[in-house]
Structures are given as C-alpha cells and as structure tokens.
Design a protein around this ligand. Structure first.
Ligand SMILES: *Cc1c(COP(=O)(O)O)cnc(C)c1O
Length: 212
C-alpha cells in the first residue's frame, strides 16, 4: 500500500534529490503506482526479486538500482540489467563487473562508516586505496559513496555519521583528482539529516508505504 499523500511527498522533495524507492517491501503492482507518481528509480536488495520485478515491469522506463549486498556468485545474473550499483564493496566484485558488464556501470562504493555496528561496506580508511585500484577498469565507473547510518541514532550523531561520508568524499576528490558527484545516504528515518549533509540519492522504503 502506497501512502495516500505520495504526490505531495514527491512534490516537496528538493529537486536535486533522487528518491530511490527501496522496493523490497512491495510487489510490482505497488511499484507501478509509485511510477505513476513520478518515482521512477527503484532499488532492490536481492537478485531473485530484482529479476522477477524487472521482467514484470519491462514496459516501464524504470531506472534500476541494486542497493543490497551483491554476492559474486549471483552478480552475472543481473549485471547487465541494472543502471546503478550502490553496494560495490570489493575489488573482486569490481573485477567480475569488468569481465561481465557490456557498458560502463555507474557504482557507489559502500562505506562502513560505523565499523562496529555495520559489517557491510569497505572500511573507512581503505576506501581511497580501493578507488585508486579501480581507476584502470573501464566498466566500473565510481560516481560516489554510499552508507547506512546506525538505526535509532540521535540527530547529532546522524549529522556526524553523514558528515563523515561527505568529508571522505572531498578528501578522495582532492587526493585522486577525480570527481565523485553523488552521495547515496539517508533512509526513511534519517533522510532529512542526510540531505542536510549533502545526500544526492536517498533510499526510501517504509516511509513510502502505509503498512509494512
Ligand atoms: C530497505 C533499505 C532501505 C530503506 O529502508 P527504510 O528504512 O525502509 O527506508 C535503504 N537502503 C537499503 C540498502 C535497504 O536495504
């Protein structure tokens, strides 16, 4: 069930923000309603669900994001169907993309800003070396960084966590002389803080739906 004021919600979002609907909670019929309401970027977490929804929504010009952890043994099933990968977290996965992908794939590096809470993602102090090692790959186009904040954090703590990712981005841009235009951060509970700290892509699930 899509929230019934979805139209107002979308209209009130700042224009530079891309809403990526985290659609793991819903099926393709609800995704059609989102699309009618001008949410055209969808993010899936699981390879099997992605393939099912991709098939049944083929008639719509959707921009497809993969936002969950991508296992290497399943990556080739979807790698030529997605438009963005938010969870690039190893050189080995990048090598696989380099081998299997037909056109350059825009990728976010998933960063573990809170190592003690969140096992997913690349350790904060290893991100720059990983990005440096990816520069020669022609099919892996690093366009930004992605993170998840600790659920239930205070507002100050959220500002600090998201701020850390923004700082890392500027440091890498300066040191490697590259541009990382995008930050994928912020979910239903914390997207306002993420936007304040420079998010360009917010991944929203529960807040778009009535009951999940
Ligand atoms: C589910 C999910 C979201 C959205 O979470 P909500 O709290 O429901 O907004 C964002 N990012 C990822 C990676 C997710 O798995």
């Amino acid at each position: 069930m899509i929230r019934n004021d979805i139209q107002t919600f979308v209209e009130n979002m700042p224009k530079h923000i891309t809403i990526v609907a985290a659609t793991k909670y819903v099926g393709s019929e609800d995704m059609r309603i989102l699309f009618k309401n001008r949410i055209t970027n969808f993010g899936e977490n699981r390879v099997e669900d992605f393939l099912k929804k991709y098939q049944s929504l083929k008639d719509l010009p959707i921009t497809w994001h993969f936002i969950g952890h991508l296992q290497r043994n399943k990556a080739d099933k979807i790698i030529n169907y997605i438009d963005y990968l938010h969870s690039l977290d190893s050189y080995q996965l990048a090598e696989l993309i380099e081998k299997k992908r037909e056109t350059p794939l825009p990728c976010f590096i998933e960063v573990s800003v809170n190592a003690e809470e969140n096992k997913n993602g690349v350790a904060y102090d290893q991100v720059i070396d990983l990005i440096k090692s990816l520069l020669p790959l022609s099919k892996v186009k690093v366009i930004g960084l992605m993170m998840m904040a600790i659920q239930g954090s205070s507002q100050e703590s959220l500002d600090q966590q998201f701020g850390k990712l923004a700082t890392l981005r500027s440091n890498i841009e300066k040191e490697l002389h590259i541009s990382l235009p995008y930050l994928s951060m912020g979910m239903s509970e914390d997207y306002l803080e993420a936007i304040k700290q420079g998010a360009t892509h917010i991944r929203l699930g529960r807040i778009l739906f009535d009951k999940v």
